[in-house]
Every structure is written in C-alpha cells, then in structure tokens.
Design a protein around this ligand. Structure first.
Ligand code: BES
Ligand code: MN
Ligand code: ZN
Length: 482
C-alpha cells in the first residue's frame, strides 16, 4: 500500500474516513450528510474510542460514498495507530482501492505514526496461497492523508520497510529461509550503503567458533555468520553499537528433539536475527547518523548421525568450554560465539542481543512484553524507554551470582542449561559469561513477541516485526549525532 500526504481529495473513486476524538464529533462531514452521520453514530453508540469504526454510505459529490468515522481516543500516537489499524483491517480486502483520511488538526508526529501503522497493518504474506478467492485478496492500494504535515513520514517509511524485511524473513518456511538464503535476502542492503561480510563454516572453524558450529553439525545447510555494518558518521565514531541476533533458521531441538506438536513454529527461531536485519535496513534507508554493526549467527539445529550429543563438550571462540547437556538450548551456543566475534573485531562499548531464546519467557510474560536482561541500568532504561515509545514493550528481569552458579558444570567451564527454575535468567547468565569487562550489554528474549496468533493495530496474525521499531528508536535517541 502506498501512502501519500495531500492538500486536496483525489479524483476518481475512494472511501472517505473522518476521525473523532473521544466524546467528540468528526470534522469534515460531507455537505448534506450531517444528520445521517449523527444518527449513525448515535445508533452505533459510537463514543470515539480509539480504533472503533462506524461505516455508512452517504451521497457525496454526485456519487454514493463509503464513509468511515473512526475513533481517535485522546489523540495520542498510540490512539492514532489504533485508528489506522482498524481502518486498514476493515478495508484491506473490501474492494476499495483508495482510502482518503482527513487528519486535519492532527500533529505531524501522530500523522506519520498513523501512516506507519496503516502501512504495517496492510502487510501480508500471501506468496504461497495460489488459490486465494478473489474476495480475500487485498484491494487497498493507496492511502491519501489530508490536512496533516507529512514531513515525518519519510523517516517512518524507512522503519516500515525494515519491519517488512523482518516479517518476510520470519514468515518464510525453513525450506526457503536457511542460513545461506537468509544472507541472500539481506544482500540488497549493500545497495543502501551497508557493508555486508559473511563467514562460512571453514572460516568459523579457523576462528575456533566451536559452540556455534556444534549446533550446525546435524544440518546439511552450511552455517553462516552474517555481518552488516552501517556507518552514518563518516568514520567519526570509531566504536560501533553492536547488535547481535539469534538466527536459528529451524530448531528441531537436535538430538534433544522437540515434540511434534507446534514444532513448525520453530521456523521463526531466527526472529532475533530477522529483527536485527530489519533494523539495519531502517537505519540505512533513513541514513541514520550512527555507527552500528550487526551480527547474525545463522544455523539450523537438526538431529542426524553427525549431530552433537547431550554431554558433548565444545570449546567456544572465547576459549571457555561448554558441556552441552541439552542440544535444544542451542540459541545461547550461537550467540556466545557471535558476541565474542564482534568484541574481538569491532570493540563495541554497547552490545544488544535479540533472541527467541526460551519458552520460559513466554510462560513469564506471555505475548505482551519482551524480556530484558542487562548489566547496565542506564542501558536498560534506554531500551525500555525506546520500546515504550514505539509500542515494542520490554520488561526487565534480574541477573546475579546465585543464578550464574546454576550453570556451573563439574567437567567444563559451564553447562548450557540450568534447572527448570528461572530458565530465562540462567540463559541470560550464560550469555553474560561471554561479555567482556566494561562492555554495556543487554539481552532481549523476544520468544513471545516474534509471532502473533491474533491481529493488532500494526500487524495481522503472523510475523510482527517486533524489535525493528525498538532498535530504530533506541539508536535515534542514544547513538545518533545531531
Ligand atoms: N527456540 C527455543 C525457545 C522457544 C520456544 C522460542 C518456544 C519460542 C517458542 C529454544 O532454542 C529452546 O528450545 N529453548 C529451550 C531451553 C531448554 C532446553 C533449557 C526451552 O525453552 O525449552
Ligand atoms: Mn532450542
Ligand atoms: Zn531455539
């Protein structure tokens, strides 16, 4: 769907949407339709609640026009996103091609948030639905926003495109997206000025990345370390912000195999890497004045005659040894080598990793917040603030020695799982053992946020693109030179 800001209504057929604040009445009602609209709102018990919609047909400019009155609540950014989401959800497959929305009086920031939400809500992944009936196909092609300042949209559009890349990577099944094809889907970032470097298994072996490579042993697909670097500071900032993503393109559990029911969900076990890739796209498209390096550890976790076994001991790139008690706790094995690599090669002062790391995270927070773990209070606060501002919420969990002890191993430096209790925290403690002294680090366990079983104002069922808006905002507020 295209979005355009304009001063006047377009020619040709379109639906018209008007917004009404809580307890208020809509402005811009077509001449002569005032009584009809007022009656319709009253009959529908419309009170302007954010996202509520009343639909009617009115005579307007010589045609019969579909008119939608949408509630804008208190007019906050979040309220306008809800309004945009409801309108698009309702009209996406309605037969309508153009929607004109009168946003007269809405501030620039809220107007571009409206545009972004509308655009994100229209995203679908229909690639494999060859028999979709005509009436279920999207028809909505264009959104025209009237009466608002569109100066913030260009920047928002970059973020929306980043979200779309993430959703595409997450939605594709694991026979289509595997480590090498994930890399190929990110190659186009080079045209935006992102430096893309890829390490294959031979290079990783030479570097001693035994933890990451151990996960990949059972797979026919070659593991990849994808590195994307964006420097929008022209070399002025030497130490980049590092983003690290778990990119397990399919997680069977390995020899510690998962039950069959729901295993198909594990195609989105690369959601952390997907979010990192989408964020890099957003940053490059909007030419962010920041220096950011992203590392995606891409592997497939499969059972096989060559797969690693429970009890195997692997040596990580850091030199620390790990007893692999459970081959299904593979994400941390991938992340630890990716983190060591980025510390050795780019000397970041701040690292943020994103991963669909533990099922326990979903037990704790459901699908409402990502879990945040950090060794630095100011970094944690920055991430929480960014997430809150854009609607990718985070909730902080504790770390500490008592938890850290739980992953000591009698035969190696550590084991890859602790007891059942505090499973998300011991996973974070594992990762922290690979973070160098003096490095600010945060781990985002986004297992509950990557995939949605029900629609929201900015997504349909399926891939959410969680993390892209969060990282974009986090960079904008804390790492960009003005
Ligand atoms: N990818 C999973 C975590 C996950 C589960 C994400 C469900 C999203 C939905 C991860 O690799 C995993 O299998 N974790 C194990 C860890 C356990 C073996 C300590 C888990 O959560 O069960
Ligand atoms: Mn697993
Ligand atoms: Zn996993």
């Amino acid at each position: 769907m295209q979005v355009r800001f304009a001063d006047t209504r377009p020619q040709g057929a379109y639906d018209l949407a008007l917004v009404a604040a809580a307890g208020g009445t809509p402005a811009g009602v077509p001449e002569g339709a005032g009584a009809l609209v007022a009656d319709a709102l009253k009959a529908s018990r419309f009170e302007g609640e954010a996202g509520s919609v009343v639909e009617l047909f009115v005579a307007d400019q010589g045609t019969t026009r579909r008119l939608l009155v949408v509630g804008a609540g208190r007019g906050e950014v979040n309220d306008l996103q809800k309004a945009a989401g409801s309108l698009v959800a309702r009209l996406l497959t309605s037969g309508t091609e153009t929607l004109v929305v009168d946003l007269n009086g809405v501030a620039a920031e809220a107007a571009s948030a409206f545009a972004a939400a509308a655009s994100m809500r229209s995203w679908r992944h229909d690639r494999y639905r060859t028999k979709l009936p005509a009436k279920q196909r999207p028809t909505l092609k264009e959104l025209v926003i009237l009466g608002a300042d569109g100066s913030g949209w260009e920047r928002q559009r970059a973020v929306v495109e980043g979200v779309a890349l993430t959703r595409e990577l997450v939605s594709e099944p694991a026979n289509i997206i595997y480590p090498q094809s994930f890399v190929e889907r990110c190659r186009h970032l080079e045209e935006l000025g992102v430096e893309v470097t890829v390490l294959g298994e031979e290079e990783m072996r030479a570097l001693g990345m035994g933890a990451l490579l151990g996960v990949s042993l059972g797979s026919e697909r070659e593991a990849q370390l994808l590195v994307m670097r964006w420097d929008g500071t022209g070399g002025a900032v030497k130490e980049p912000l590092a983003l690290v993503g778990k990119g397990v393109t399919f997680d069977t559990g390995g020899i510690s195999i998962k039950p069959a029911a729901g295993m198909e969900d594990m195609k989105w076990d690369m959601g952390g890497a997907g979010a990192v890739a989408g964020a890099m796209k957003a940053l490059a498209l909007r030419k962010a004045r920041a220096h950011v390096v992203a590392v995606c550890g891409l592997v497939e976790n499969m059972p096989d005659g060559k797969a690693q076994r429970p009890g195997d001991v692997v040596t990580s790139m850091s030199g620390q040894t790990i007893e692999v008690i459970n081959t299904d706790a593979e994400g941390r094995l991938v992340l630890c080598d990716a983190i060591t690599w980025v510390q050795k090669n780019h000397k970041p002062r701040t690292i943020v990793d994103l991963a669909t790391l533990t099922g326990a995270m979903i037990i704790s927070l459901g699908n409402e917040h990502g879990g945040l773990f950090s060794n630095d209070d100011s970094l944690a606060d920055q991430l929480i603030a960014a997430g809150k501002a854009v609607g990718d919420p985070l909730w902080r969990f504790p770390l500490g020695d008592a938890y850290n002890k739980l992953i000591d191993s009698p035969i190696a430096d550590m084991k890859n799982v602790g007891p059942r209790e505090a499973g998300s925290i011991t996973a974070a403690q594992f990762i922290q053992r690979f973070v160098d002294n003096g490095v600010r680090w945060a781990h985002l366990d986004i297992a509950g946020m990557v995939w949605a079983s029900k629609p929201s104002s900015t997504w349909d069922k399926g891939a959410t693109g969680y993390g892209v808006r969060l990282l974009d905002r986090f960079v904008a507020d804390n790492f960009e030179q003005r």
